[in-house]
Design a protein around this ligand. Structure first.
Ligand code: FES
Length: 372
């Protein structure tokens, strides 16, 4: 029991001591044969867990050398015994022997090895297969399995499905495998260009916005300049033509003479022609004459006051009698007369192109009145 508690360093030191004693005490062949002859039967009949350190080392050396028949016979004992023993209770020597046996088996030398050595290599394999389900795998079984080239597991979904199918699995096993969906092709396509109508509407929106922001002032400026230029052109064209007065005709008819009563002042032509037609006596002669409705002071338009029987200027108060002679206010002279005559049709015709002034003695002119 004390030997099982030794560490590896202690085992090696003790092995070296034994090697030194063996070389000093006896010749090498004899020393090897003697222990071998003695050790061979002992381990075969003894429980490997109760082997001494010397026995285990001797068995290891015999397995490692593999050159003499005596060693091969010695190796059969420790190799067979671990195979029959519980792997969990194998000693260090057993495990080393099994490992060496596996190594020699893989290198090809095992084909020429003696039957004892082949049995030794077969022993760990059998031990591995039988010990694997019994408990946790030991180092020797793991190494042996690795060297035998144990198949690796499936590396992809396809391999897993194939393996399941080869092992007689149901097709449902393939469906049970959750495969993520493949990315869609549309997710990697470049964005489609916008429709032409949308682009045009967008451009129209930007154009209208820019037009509102920047176009309006420019439009107002150019419009103003165009209007100004047009006005200048029209003014120049107007300057090229003479002025034409659109005044009422200077000659107009005011009715028959018998329609006017004695002392009547007709004011209905004042607004349109600026004339009063009066039937009155001047210097003892009954006449019909036409008075100009313009004040001789500063040009205002007097009014006929029927109640007062006079012409009254509203500007400065000048007053004129019915025959047109001034009598009050600042007016310096009498009202003026227009020429009047009997037309071919017997009506009175007034001609505003000719005027007659009383202060100049022109009212005595027969063209300035019509006698009645
Ligand atoms: Fe008629 Fe002065 S304008 S009174």
């Amino acid at each position: 029991m004390a030997d099982k508690d030794l560490t590896i360093e202690e085992i090696l030191a003790r092995s070296r001591e034994l090697d030194g004693q063996g070389e000093a005490s006896a010749p090498a062949p004899a020393a090897e044969e003697a222990p071998a002859a003695e050790a061979a039967p002992a381990p075969a009949s003894v429980d490997p867990s109760k082997m001494s350190v010397e026995d285990m080392l001797a068995a290891a050396r015999a397995s490692a050398s593999g050159e003499s028949d005596a060693t091969a016979e010695q190796a059969e004992v420790p190799v067979e015994s671990p195979a029959a023993a519980d792997p969990s209770k194998m000693s260090v020597a057993d495990m080393l022997a099994a490992a060496r046996a596996s190594a020699t088996d893989d290198s090809g030398a095992s084909a020429d090895a003696p039957p004892a050595k082949a049995a030794a290599s077969a022993a760990p394999a059998e031990k591995t297969e039988s010990a694997a389900p019994a408990g946790p795998p030991d180092t020797a079984s793991i190494l042996a399995a690795a060297r035998k080239g144990v198949q690796r597991g499936p590396q992809s979904v396809e391999e897993a499905v194939k393996t399941v199918e080869e092992e007689g699995g149901k097709p449902a096993a393939k469906a049970a495998v959750k495969v993520p969906p493949a990315p869609r092709k549309e997710d990697f396509l470049p964005p489609k260009p916008a429709p032409v109508a949308e682009v045009s509407s967008r451009r129209g929106f930007f154009a209208s916005t820019l037009g509102v922001l920047f176009g309006a002032p420019l439009a107002v400026g150019f419009t103003s300049m165009a209007v100004t230029s047009l006005l200048w052109v029209l003014g120049l064209a107007r300057f090229m033509f003479p002025n034409v007065l659109t005044e009422p005709p200077t000659k107009f008819k005011v009715g028959f003479p018998d329609t006017y009563g004695p002392g009547q002042v007709e004011a209905k032509y004042k607004a349109q022609f600026g004339v009063w037609v009066v039937r009155f006596e001047y210097e003892g002669e009954a006449q019909i004459f036409a008075l100009k409705s313009v004040c001789t002071h500063l040009g205002c338009t007097p009014n006929w006051l029927e109640g007062e029987q006079k012409f009254k200027c509203p500007c400065h108060g000048s007053g004129f009698y019915k025959d047109g002679i001034n009598f009050e206010g600042p007016a310096p002279r009498p009202l003026e007369r227009y020429a009047i005559r009997l037309a071919d049709d017997g009506q009175l015709e007034v001609d505003k192109s000719t005027k007659f002034n009383e202060e100049l003695g022109q009212w005595a002119d027969p063209n300035s009145f019509v006698s009645v």
